[in-house]
Design a protein around this ligand. Structure first.
Ligand code: IPE
Length: 249
Protein backbone atom coordinates (compact mmCIF):
# COMPACT_ATOMS: atom_id res chain seq x y z
CA UNK A 1 0.00 0.00 0.00
CA UNK A 2 1.50 3.32 -1.09
CA UNK A 3 0.20 6.57 0.32
CA UNK A 4 1.12 10.08 -0.81
CA UNK A 5 0.45 12.70 1.86
CA UNK A 6 0.75 16.45 1.40
CA UNK A 7 1.19 18.72 4.38
CA UNK A 8 -0.04 22.15 3.28
CA UNK A 9 2.34 25.06 3.71
CA UNK A 10 -0.23 26.80 5.93
CA UNK A 11 -0.32 23.75 8.18
CA UNK A 12 3.42 23.59 8.88
CA UNK A 13 4.24 27.33 8.82
CA UNK A 14 2.82 30.58 10.14
CA UNK A 15 1.68 31.80 6.76
CA UNK A 16 1.67 35.52 7.61
CA UNK A 17 5.07 35.65 9.24
CA UNK A 18 8.07 35.18 6.89
CA UNK A 19 10.07 31.98 7.35
CA UNK A 20 8.34 30.91 10.54
CA UNK A 21 7.66 27.25 11.26
CA UNK A 22 4.42 26.43 13.11
CA UNK A 23 6.24 24.07 15.45
CA UNK A 24 3.13 23.15 17.43
CA UNK A 25 1.12 21.96 14.42
CA UNK A 26 4.17 20.47 12.71
CA UNK A 27 4.88 18.41 15.82
CA UNK A 28 1.24 17.28 15.98
CA UNK A 29 1.23 16.10 12.38
CA UNK A 30 4.66 14.47 12.76
CA UNK A 31 3.36 12.60 15.84
CA UNK A 32 0.32 11.43 13.88
CA UNK A 33 2.55 10.20 11.03
CA UNK A 34 4.87 8.43 13.48
CA UNK A 35 1.97 6.73 15.28
CA UNK A 36 0.28 5.84 11.99
CA UNK A 37 3.39 4.14 10.60
CA UNK A 38 3.99 2.29 13.86
CA UNK A 39 0.49 0.80 13.77
CA UNK A 40 0.63 -0.01 10.08
CA UNK A 41 4.17 -0.79 8.99
CA UNK A 42 2.92 -2.19 5.67
CA UNK A 43 2.34 1.31 4.36
CA UNK A 44 4.86 3.00 2.10
CA UNK A 45 4.48 6.69 2.79
CA UNK A 46 5.68 9.62 0.71
CA UNK A 47 5.35 13.06 2.31
CA UNK A 48 5.20 16.28 0.29
CA UNK A 49 5.03 19.67 1.95
CA UNK A 50 4.11 23.10 0.65
CA UNK A 51 5.87 26.41 0.91
CA UNK A 52 3.80 28.47 3.32
CA UNK A 53 5.73 31.47 4.61
CA UNK A 54 9.04 30.05 3.32
CA UNK A 55 8.57 29.53 -0.42
CA UNK A 56 5.80 31.97 -1.26
CA UNK A 57 7.53 34.89 0.39
CA UNK A 58 10.71 34.50 -1.70
CA UNK A 59 8.81 33.59 -4.85
CA UNK A 60 6.80 36.80 -4.56
CA UNK A 61 9.93 38.86 -3.86
CA UNK A 62 11.47 37.60 -7.11
CA UNK A 63 8.15 37.67 -9.02
CA UNK A 64 8.41 33.99 -9.84
CA UNK A 65 5.19 32.00 -10.25
CA UNK A 66 4.23 28.66 -11.76
CA UNK A 67 4.20 30.37 -15.18
CA UNK A 68 6.50 33.39 -14.82
CA UNK A 69 10.08 32.23 -14.58
CA UNK A 70 13.47 33.67 -13.77
CA UNK A 71 16.95 33.17 -15.19
CA UNK A 72 18.50 34.69 -12.07
CA UNK A 73 20.41 31.97 -10.21
CA UNK A 74 20.33 34.03 -7.02
CA UNK A 75 16.53 34.04 -7.08
CA UNK A 76 16.48 30.28 -7.67
CA UNK A 77 18.90 29.73 -4.78
CA UNK A 78 16.91 31.94 -2.41
CA UNK A 79 13.58 30.24 -3.12
CA UNK A 80 15.12 26.77 -3.06
CA UNK A 81 17.21 27.60 0.01
CA UNK A 82 14.15 28.70 1.97
CA UNK A 83 12.30 25.53 0.97
CA UNK A 84 15.35 23.50 1.95
CA UNK A 85 15.30 25.11 5.40
CA UNK A 86 11.61 24.25 5.82
CA UNK A 87 12.30 20.73 4.57
CA UNK A 88 14.93 20.33 7.30
CA UNK A 89 12.39 21.40 9.92
CA UNK A 90 9.84 18.88 8.60
CA UNK A 91 12.49 16.11 8.54
CA UNK A 92 13.54 16.95 12.10
CA UNK A 93 9.96 16.84 13.34
CA UNK A 94 9.23 13.51 11.62
CA UNK A 95 12.51 12.05 12.78
CA UNK A 96 11.65 13.10 16.35
CA UNK A 97 8.65 10.77 16.11
CA UNK A 98 10.58 7.79 14.81
CA UNK A 99 9.90 8.34 11.10
CA UNK A 100 12.83 7.34 8.82
CA UNK A 101 12.41 10.55 6.82
CA UNK A 102 14.88 11.52 4.07
CA UNK A 103 14.89 14.60 1.79
CA UNK A 104 14.18 14.70 -1.93
CA UNK A 105 14.68 18.10 -3.56
CA UNK A 106 12.66 18.54 -6.77
CA UNK A 107 15.02 21.21 -8.18
CA UNK A 108 17.67 18.52 -8.58
CA UNK A 109 15.50 16.05 -10.47
CA UNK A 110 12.38 17.66 -11.95
CA UNK A 111 11.78 19.99 -14.89
CA UNK A 112 8.98 21.30 -17.06
CA UNK A 113 8.82 21.38 -20.83
CA UNK A 114 7.64 24.24 -23.04
CA UNK A 115 4.00 23.29 -22.45
CA UNK A 116 4.50 23.31 -18.70
CA UNK A 117 4.28 19.52 -18.44
CA UNK A 118 6.10 18.22 -15.41
CA UNK A 119 8.74 15.49 -15.59
CA UNK A 120 9.47 14.25 -12.06
CA UNK A 121 11.38 10.97 -12.21
CA UNK A 122 10.21 8.75 -9.36
CA UNK A 123 12.63 5.81 -9.53
CA UNK A 124 14.73 7.17 -6.67
CA UNK A 125 11.67 7.80 -4.51
CA UNK A 126 10.42 4.29 -5.28
CA UNK A 127 13.77 2.80 -4.29
CA UNK A 128 13.76 4.78 -1.03
CA UNK A 129 10.31 3.37 -0.22
CA UNK A 130 11.47 -0.17 -0.88
CA UNK A 131 14.40 0.41 1.46
CA UNK A 132 12.06 1.52 4.24
CA UNK A 133 12.58 5.27 4.05
CA UNK A 134 9.92 7.97 4.04
CA UNK A 135 10.89 10.37 1.22
CA UNK A 136 9.95 13.97 2.01
CA UNK A 137 9.59 16.24 -1.05
CA UNK A 138 8.61 19.89 -1.11
CA UNK A 139 7.21 22.58 -3.37
CA UNK A 140 10.22 24.07 -5.12
CA UNK A 141 11.55 26.07 -8.03
CA UNK A 142 12.40 23.93 -11.09
CA UNK A 143 13.92 24.44 -14.54
CA UNK A 144 11.25 25.25 -17.13
CA UNK A 145 11.94 25.15 -20.87
CA UNK A 146 12.24 28.67 -22.27
CA UNK A 147 11.43 30.35 -18.93
CA UNK A 148 14.44 29.70 -16.73
CA UNK A 149 12.90 28.38 -13.54
CA UNK A 150 9.32 28.48 -12.24
CA UNK A 151 7.50 27.41 -9.09
CA UNK A 152 6.43 23.80 -8.73
CA UNK A 153 3.66 23.43 -6.16
CA UNK A 154 3.45 20.56 -3.74
CA UNK A 155 0.02 19.75 -5.18
CA UNK A 156 1.54 19.13 -8.61
CA UNK A 157 4.19 16.91 -7.02
CA UNK A 158 1.45 14.89 -5.29
CA UNK A 159 -0.45 14.36 -8.54
CA UNK A 160 2.71 13.36 -10.43
CA UNK A 161 3.91 10.93 -7.74
CA UNK A 162 0.46 9.44 -7.23
CA UNK A 163 0.50 8.50 -10.91
CA UNK A 164 4.11 7.39 -11.28
CA UNK A 165 4.14 5.37 -8.04
CA UNK A 166 0.62 4.02 -8.72
CA UNK A 167 -0.31 5.17 -5.21
CA UNK A 168 -3.28 3.56 -3.49
CA UNK A 169 -4.18 6.57 -1.36
CA UNK A 170 -3.69 10.31 -1.55
CA UNK A 171 -4.26 12.78 1.27
CA UNK A 172 -4.03 16.55 1.45
CA UNK A 173 -3.73 17.81 5.01
CA UNK A 174 -4.92 21.38 4.86
CA UNK A 175 -5.97 24.18 7.23
CA UNK A 176 -9.58 23.62 6.24
CA UNK A 177 -11.46 20.41 7.13
CA UNK A 178 -12.34 19.68 3.49
CA UNK A 179 -14.02 21.31 0.52
CA UNK A 180 -16.65 23.60 2.01
CA UNK A 181 -20.07 24.40 0.58
CA UNK A 182 -21.54 27.91 0.55
CA UNK A 183 -22.69 27.46 4.16
CA UNK A 184 -19.24 26.44 5.32
CA UNK A 185 -20.11 22.74 5.76
CA UNK A 186 -17.76 20.01 4.53
CA UNK A 187 -18.88 18.40 1.26
CA UNK A 188 -18.28 14.66 1.87
CA UNK A 189 -17.73 13.56 -1.74
CA UNK A 190 -16.84 15.35 -4.96
CA UNK A 191 -17.03 13.40 -8.21
CA UNK A 192 -17.19 16.26 -10.75
CA UNK A 193 -16.04 19.86 -10.71
CA UNK A 194 -19.62 20.99 -11.37
CA UNK A 195 -20.56 19.59 -7.93
CA UNK A 196 -18.49 22.30 -6.27
CA UNK A 197 -18.12 24.99 -8.94
CA UNK A 198 -20.53 27.37 -7.20
CA UNK A 199 -18.99 26.87 -3.78
CA UNK A 200 -15.50 27.41 -5.20
CA UNK A 201 -16.36 30.57 -7.10
CA UNK A 202 -17.66 29.23 -10.42
CA UNK A 203 -16.26 26.98 -13.08
CA UNK A 204 -13.82 29.67 -14.22
CA UNK A 205 -12.19 29.78 -10.82
CA UNK A 206 -8.44 29.63 -11.19
CA UNK A 207 -5.52 30.04 -8.85
CA UNK A 208 -1.79 30.30 -9.15
CA UNK A 209 -0.88 27.60 -6.64
CA UNK A 210 -2.73 26.14 -3.74
CA UNK A 211 -6.33 27.31 -4.16
CA UNK A 212 -9.07 24.76 -3.58
CA UNK A 213 -10.43 24.92 -7.15
CA UNK A 214 -7.04 23.96 -8.59
CA UNK A 215 -6.63 21.17 -6.06
CA UNK A 216 -10.04 19.68 -6.83
CA UNK A 217 -9.47 19.80 -10.59
CA UNK A 218 -6.07 18.09 -10.26
CA UNK A 219 -7.36 15.43 -7.87
CA UNK A 220 -10.32 14.61 -10.12
CA UNK A 221 -7.80 13.53 -12.78
CA UNK A 222 -6.24 10.90 -10.52
CA UNK A 223 -7.08 7.21 -10.78
CA UNK A 224 -7.38 6.92 -6.99
CA UNK A 225 -9.59 8.74 -4.51
CA UNK A 226 -7.99 11.64 -2.66
CA UNK A 227 -9.00 13.03 0.72
CA UNK A 228 -8.78 16.66 1.85
CA UNK A 229 -8.86 17.09 5.64
CA UNK A 230 -7.45 19.11 8.53
CA UNK A 231 -4.57 18.12 10.87
CA UNK A 232 -7.10 16.95 13.49
CA UNK A 233 -8.17 14.21 11.04
CA UNK A 234 -4.71 13.08 9.93
CA UNK A 235 -4.72 10.06 12.26
CA UNK A 236 -8.08 8.96 10.90
CA UNK A 237 -6.77 9.21 7.34
CA UNK A 238 -3.59 7.29 8.15
CA UNK A 239 -5.64 4.56 9.83
CA UNK A 240 -7.43 4.02 6.51
CA UNK A 241 -10.41 6.32 7.04
CA UNK A 242 -11.79 8.96 4.70
CA UNK A 243 -12.22 12.13 6.76
CA UNK A 244 -13.10 15.50 5.25
CA UNK A 245 -13.86 15.49 1.54
CA UNK A 246 -13.15 12.58 -0.78
CA UNK A 247 -12.44 13.63 -4.38
CA UNK A 248 -13.08 10.75 -6.75
CA UNK A 249 -12.93 11.40 -10.47
C1 IPE B 1 4.83 26.30 -3.07
O1 IPE B 1 4.29 25.05 -2.83
C2 IPE B 1 6.32 26.19 -3.23
C3 IPE B 1 7.01 27.49 -3.37
C4 IPE B 1 6.43 28.66 -3.30
C5 IPE B 1 8.45 27.40 -3.64
P1 IPE B 1 2.72 24.92 -2.53
O2 IPE B 1 1.94 25.77 -3.49
O3 IPE B 1 2.40 23.48 -2.52
O4 IPE B 1 2.61 25.54 -1.07
P2 IPE B 1 1.36 25.74 -0.11
O5 IPE B 1 0.98 24.42 0.44
O6 IPE B 1 0.24 26.36 -0.94
O7 IPE B 1 1.88 26.70 0.94
Amino acid sequence: MTTVLKLGGSVVTEKDSPETVDHVTLDEVAAAVGAGLETDDGTDLVVVHGGGSFGHHHAAAHEVTTTDGTHDATAVREIHGAMGALNEAVLDALSGHGVEAVPVHPLSVAHRNEDGELDLPAAGVDRMLREGFVPVLHGDVVAHEGKGATILSGDDIVVSLAQSLAADRVGLCSTVPGVLDEDGSVIPTVTAFEDVADALGGSDATDVTGGMAGKVRALLDLDVPASIFSPADLSVFLAGGTPGTVVRG
